[in-house]
Design a protein around this ligand. Structure first.
Ligand code: URA
Length: 425
């Protein structure tokens, strides 16, 4: 006979029938699921009921709190303001790499607890692990020491942080219940609030390579994220940014590190520079720091902090990065302007080449990925290289080429894209 206060079936039925869940129901079901009393099949049914019937702001905030309470809370306060950034995930999204040292070089502390890639979007830790010697796993004491001494740390989230979200996210991934605004918002914010940064800037991606395919859905997600953050007393701003085309030219692991280093040394693709500076400005505003990040990026100050950040985690910032054993070049079928380049397709191609993983346990190929040698708006001649597919496993090329079918076209110049579409405060 169960000694539980509530029943999973009643909670599922309430949401299935379109009712609000009470605070007590939310607290209980999250706690009971974390303890293993509520079974995966019951939580799957509840996730689908939430996916279909939604949650109001108060329910989503309570769900966030319950997931925070399922684990530990970190206290990463140091002698300067802490400010964090989170992206909802995109293709070629290496922005954390130049951004964290840049904002630290401007005077804030940036604790960036990150994840690995699953599916078509890359993971920051997979990218950094292509640097020889670099280690992702740090203790809380090591994180605090590095924040004090260097100002920036990018490392793996500790196991005790929001364990309910870890379980629920894995379940959502295999039950097609990821793309739900209250579930995404509570998942992201539970981890970010448990990390304890004073302020947070969210990069909410919009377009083919993002969870949110249109601006209205992205704005609704941004408002939900900012609303939850405010309810928890955090300073939060969200930028809605374009993810219809890959960011920069490099999509993969080592190739994205290389491109980030170019940006840190004052070069690199303009869209990566612009987004890094836009996010840095918001982070510094929330931290109350008036330094101009564009100047610090241009004068090499951010690269110096990058080198110290990588060395502090036993990486060699000057080491050569792995190179792919096999390169396949895709050329322009005709002369004209590249009209589009679908971010999702490029993400899937990079993943199939070995840059990503299908299951959590899989290893990634550090050198695999796609180089976008032309971007929408570029003039190309027939036979010019458009994409470079890099892999250690040449058998993977045909599947990557299949993913790229229809992903680009030569035609009219594309309409001007705004990189930062909107800001939600
Ligand atoms: N990132 C998360 O951490 N959670 C989600 O639900 C989606 C993206």
């Amino acid at each position: 006979m169960s000694r539980e206060r509530l029943s999973a079936v009643d909670v599922i039925r309430a949401k299935r029938d379109g009712h609000r869940l009470t605070d007590d129901q939310i607290d209980w079901v999250v706690d009971a699921y974390t303890r293993g009393v509520v079974a995966d099949e019951q939580m799957s049914a509840l996730a689908m009921a939430i996916f279909l019937n939604g949650m109001d702001t108060a329910e989503a905030a309570r769900l966030t709190q319950a997931m925070i309470d399922s684990g530990e809370r970190l206290d990463l306060r140091v002698d300067r303001p802490t400010v964090d950034k989170h992206s909802t995930g995109g293709v070629g999204d290496k922005i954390t790499l130049p951004l964290a040292p840049l904002v630290a070089a401007c005077g804030a502390a940036v604790p960036q607890l990150s994840g690995r890639g699953l599916g078509h979007t890359g993971g920051t830790l997979d990218k950094l692990e292509s640097i020889p010697g670099w280690r992702a796993q740090l203790s809380t004491d090591e994180i605090t020491r590095q924040l004090t001494e260097v100002g920036a740390v990018v490392c793996a989230a500790t196991d005790g942080l929001a364990p309910a979200d870890k379980k629920l996210y894995a379940l959502r991934d295999v039950t097609s219940t990821v793309e739900s605004i209250p579930l995404i918002a509570s998942s992201i914010m539970s981890k970010k609030i448990a990390e304890g940064a004073d302020a947070l800037v969210l990069d909410v991606k919009v377009g083919s390579g993002a969870f949110m395919k249109n601006v209205d859905d992205a704005r609704a997600l941004a408002e939900a994220l900012v609303g939850i953050g405010k309810q928890h007393g955090r300073k939060v701003t969200a930028l809605l940014t374009d993810m219809s085309v890959p960011l920069g030219r490099a999509v993969g692991n080592a190739v994205e590190v290389e491109e980030s280093v170019e940006v840190l040394k004052g070069g690199g693709p303009q869209d990566v520079i612009d987004l890094t500076v836009a996010l840095a400005r918001e982070m510094l505003t929330l931290a109350g720091i008036g330094t101009d990040p564009a100047e610090v990026l241009a004068n090499g100050g951010a690269y110096e902090t990058w080198a110290r950040m990588i060395s502090a985690q036993r990486g060699d910032p000057e080491a050569a990065l792995p190179k792919a054993k096999h390169v396949h070049t895709v050329t322009a079928p005709e002369t004209g302007v590249l009209a589009n380049l679908n971010a999702y397709a490029v993400g899937v191609a990079a993943w199939r080449l070995g840059a990503g993983r299908a299951r959590k346990e899989d290893a990634v190929q550090h050198a695999a990925g796609v180089m976008c040698l032309a971007k929408p708006g570029d003039q190309v001649a027939q036979g010019d290289p458009l994409l470079e597919l890099r892999t250690d496993t040449p058998d993977a090329v045909s599947a990557a080429l299949e993913a790229l079918e229809g992903a680009y076209s030569i035609g009219n110049a594309p309409a001007e894209r705004k990189l930062v579409i909107d800001t939600v405060r």
